[in-house]
Design a protein around this ligand. Structure first.
Ligand SMILES: Cc1ncc(COP(=O)(O)O)c(C=O)c1O
Length: 379
């Protein structure tokens, strides 16, 4: 089956926040993390079939959806998860907030996370009014363990992770996970690991391995958040699952969710199940397309003086080091050249970085690179 990822779909007149931000200006939006591709046909068909049913009463999470998620994790991530460990969530970020709230109802929570970090995840500390001591990632996007140790020494006991990492696009390999696991065990830390980008690996044939799978000795202290939202482009139809092996914590999380989140969205659940069950061929083709986009980015940025691409292992997000240009806020500079990126400051990065979303048709990326080139040549 062939998919046409080159097709440009007009999103300006839709409800898209990505395209709505610059609706009346000639700015190409490559910021917020959704892709400009239509979903796989089986997902579209499942949504239409559920809509045609016409009755939308309160719904339980279908066992068939949990089966499909369980099979997906076993096949793609080599991770055997008991279905009883799943806790359904309205989306990943609300899930992270509720997971932290559940932990806080059992004892004091002091958060830490590697910085820069996808800001809604870092925002959990402020949302839940909890103390926080972030620690820096090193320049290649790996954990700086000495800094993590200092955060732990200053009282941090709960780690928020984005694995693979947004915004840098790095993956944390087995050695890094083991070094982390040793600290988790020694200091009895809790971890909330957001693995939403786990299916978007840019090396062909590579497979995500979550922390709780790689280090089973700490799995009882890890809450892993998963969702088909990023890989299958379903951000507007959110659905997520927490994998919570600790029985007590699972009970606590469910009780924290009760009354605070809406009943399951039947259309979103139909879409999620179709994604896990039938979406794999589309995903593989889409990943190949992203690899082509990344190759184009690498080739073009290599010729731009003052800009360096921090090559992502995962995600469709490219982290641009613009410090060589002397731009304090590259996001602002590039917007004036018609390119809408996320400035690194949104993720609490040092000044001089920007994040570019290359989950778009090649023609859109080409046009964006023209504008980037023009900005680089102009100042
Ligand atoms: C690391 C990460 N977590 C969570 C989300 C959002 O997930 P959700 O829409 O399910 O809350 C994003 C979206 O960009 C993300 O990059």
């Amino acid at each position: 089956m062939e998919w046409d990822f080159d097709r440009v779909i007009d999103r300006r007149s839709s409800d898209s926040i990505k395209w709505g931000r610059f609706r009346d200006r000639d700015v190409l939006p490559l910021w917020v993390a959704d892709m400009d591709f239509a979903v796989a046909e089986p997902i579209q068909e499942a949504i239409e079939a559920r809509a045609r049913h016409g009755v939308f009463g309160y719904a339980a999470v279908p066992q068939s959806l949990l089966d499909a998620a369980q099979e997906w994790l076993a096949r793609r991530w080599d991770w055997d998860v008991s279905k009883s460990h799943f806790v359904a969530l309205p989306a990943v970020i609300p899930g992270a907030n509720f997971a932290v709230r559940a932990l806080a109802s059992r004892g004091p929570v002091h958060l830490t996370w590697p910085q820069p970090l996808y800001h809604p995840l870092a925002q959990v500390a402020e949302n839940q009014a909890l103390p926080a001591t972030p620690f820096p990632l090193d320049s290649s996007g790996q954990w700086d363990l000495a800094s993590l140790d200092r955060a732990i020494a200053s009282g941090a006991n709960t780690l928020l992770l984005s694995n693979p990492h947004n915004p840098i696009g790095s993956r944390f390999d087995e050695a890094a996970c083991r070094a982390l696991a040793a600290r988790i065990q020694r200091h009895r830390l809790w971890v909330i690991s957001d693995d939403i980008h786990g299916d978007i690996l840019l090396e062909k044939g590579a497979r995500h391995r979550p922390l709780a799978k790689l280090c089973p000795e700490i799995s009882e202290r890890v809450i892993t958040l998963i969702s088909p939202g990023k890989a299958f482009n379903l951000a507007g139809l959110p659905f997520a699952l927490a994998v919570v092996p600790c029985t007590e914590m699972r009970r606590q999380l469910k009780s924290t969710l009760r009354g605070n989140v809406p009943a399951g969205n039947v259309v979103a659940m139909a879409a999620a199940e179709a994604a896990y069950r039938y979406g794999e061929p589309w995903l593989e083709a889409m990943l190949d397309y992203l690899r082509g986009n990344l190759a184009l980015l690498e080739q073009r940025i290599a010729g731009m003086e003052g800009i360096t691409l921090v090559r992502p292992d995962a995600t469709y997000l490219a982290w641009l080091d613009c410090r060589g240009k002397g731009w304090d806020k590259p996001g602002r500079v590039l917007e004036s050249f018609g390119l809408g990126l996320s400035d690194g400051s949104e993720f609490s990065a040092p000044s001089g970085f920007a994040r570019l979303n290359f989950g778009c048709p090649r023609a859109t990326l080409e046009a964006a690179l023209e504008r980037l080139d023009h900005a680089v040549a102009s100042g």
